[in-house]
Design a protein around this ligand. Structure first.
Ligand SMILES: [Zn+2]
Length: 303
């Protein structure tokens, strides 16, 4: 009886561990393994028995699925083109959870898979999770009797949902493409680079609402590296701390963080002041403004 398997068919395009990035002088730790299949949207399955713990969708990870295995470990599957399971669903090794894709940030079809040992808690945070504590998926599988490279090449079962039994005749992936697309991980690097900048400039971590508009511009740019440099340069301590205060005000007054466009309205007001400072007077004006616009919204719900 097979207890564990590979997440599908393909080959490793980027292993777990330290790697160089496109950002000069920077290295990052790749917290998962990237698996490609020659651009084919192959089925992705749970590597072992367990229960679907959570599913989601976010800017970086795209459509994702996390399985909590019976031994207390967790495995995660991201960038899926389609997701085929919902939380609470019982899975076995080889139960299909989705299809390889390139949702989230990335230009190539691949799976980014992470593994967390039984003694490491998988922790959801926002629309994703913390990758801290992730272990090398190949080592994780080796400890469970699976050679990832060999299994990816076709040694394990793949059970398509809706099919009674696996058709173990899944086509063999074509040879590794000459230029693997790993932009997705470049974006993760970009996120780290921006976080480092926020820590240096503002003495705190950036919020998701601060990061994502910047990262979206990086993703959309013709020259992402140049755009990242622009974004890094434009992290300005006074503007960022003003934005942070406005965001906090929204949270305190309305119980939500507000939208970027909403903050920008107030930030423009502060930036237009000769000293550009969010002093007590400006603070008061913003509090009043937020309350008034919320009252207006309550009276004109369709507007
Ligand atoms: Zn990856």
């Amino acid at each position: 009886m097979v207890t564990w398997t590979s997440p599908g068919r393909g080959y490793v395009t980027s292993p777990f561990g330290p790697r160089r990035t496109s950002i000069p002088g920077a290295t990052t730790w790749h917290r998962g393994v990237d698996i490609g299949a020659g651009g084919k949207p192959v089925p992705i399955c749970s590597v072992g028995p367990g229960v679907v713990a959570a599913v989601g969708n976010n800017t970086f990870r795209g459509l994702w699925v996390v399985v909590r295995h019976d031994d207390g470990s967790h495995t995660t599957y991201q960038h899926l083109a389609v997701r085929l399971v919902t939380p609470g669903r019982r899975v076995r090794a080889g139960t299909q959870v989705g299809r390889m894709g390139h949702t989230g940030t990335g230009s190539g079809i691949h799976l980014h898979m992470e593994a967390f040992a039984p003694n490491v808690r998988w922790m959801q945070n926002g629309t994703g999770w913390s990758s801290a504590g992730a272990t090398a998926p190949d080592v994780f599988l080796r400890q469970r009797g699976i050679d990832l490279g060999r299994a990816l090449a076709g040694a394990g079962p793949v059970r398509e949902i809706g099919e009674a039994r696996a058709a173990p005749t899944a086509e063999k992936p074509t040879a590794r493409p000459p230029v693997p697309h790993e932009e997705d991980d470049e974006m993760i690097d970009a996120k780290e680079m921006l976080q480092i900048t926020y820590r240096q400039e503002c003495g705190r971590d950036a919020t998701e609402e601060e990061l994502y508009p910047r990262l979206r511009r990086v993703v959309a740019a013709e020259d992402p590296r140049a755009q990242l440099a622009t974004e890094v340069d434009s992290v300005d301590a006074s503007t960022e701390s003003n934005r942070f205060v406005v965001r906090t005000l929204y949270q305190d007054l309305l119980g939500r963080t507000g939208r970027v466009e909403e903050w920008d309205h107030w930030l423009e007001m502060v930036q237009a002041k000769p000293d550009k400072r969010l002093d007590d007077k400006a603070h008061e004006a913003i509090v009043k403004g937020i309350k008034e616009s919320e009252e207006y919204r309550a009276k004109h719900p369709e507007g």
